[in-house]
Design a protein around this ligand. Structure first.
Ligand SMILES: [Zn+2]
Length: 160
């Protein structure tokens, strides 16, 4: 999975950045699942589901704390939409987008190849900027591969 690319329509990405910012209100982390279709190394995002829509208490602690009920809502949404969970994305308060101990030891999906994105400054930066966004790929046993260095070429904002 190391040559993986994620394609997202730029309008969907813009909406995602604005929603993460709005839901976090500049004072707490927020996040979402990116759903879509996978074709080998190429992932195409077709839908976004926000943590606090699936689990209304997910953001209450200031950091993401997603509960089991949220997962059943997620699976039922995926089934209806016929889409897979490709990645998750969440915000961090400052410029540090390395994984916290919690991020590392609590993968939202403990599945090989699952991707996790972290956006700096509660997503308050310009929506089109990929600067500071980190990308991790889950391997196994709480081990992740850091793909952040190649993020600009792995995250493709598309017009189609
Ligand atoms: Zn985190």
């Amino acid at each position: 999975m190391s040559d993986v690319t994620i394609s997202v329509n730029f309008l969907r990405w813009r909406r995602l950045m604005l929603e993460l910012k709005r839901r976090g209100g500049g004072r707490r982390e927020s996040g979402a699942f990116l759903l879509g279709l996978r074709d080998g190394q190429s992932l195409r995002v077709k839908d976004v589901v926000y943590y606090d829509d699936l689990d209304p208490n997910a953001l209450d602690q200031g950091y993401v704390n997603f509960h089991a009920d949220g997962f059943s809502a997620l699976w039922s949404h995926c089934r209806k939409a016929r889409l897979d969970v490709l990645a998750d994305i969440h915000t961090h308060p400052g410029g540090n987008t390395s994984q916290s101990e919690l991020d590392r030891t609590n993968p939202m999906m403990a599945e090989r190849g699952h991707l996790a994105l972290i956006v700096p400054h509660f997503a308050a930066g310009p929506w089109w900027s990929k600067r500071g966004i980190s990308l991790f790929e889950y391997e196994a046993n709480y081990r992740w591969k850091d793909l952040s260095g190649a993020l600009p070429s792995r995250l493709c904002l598309t017009v189609f």
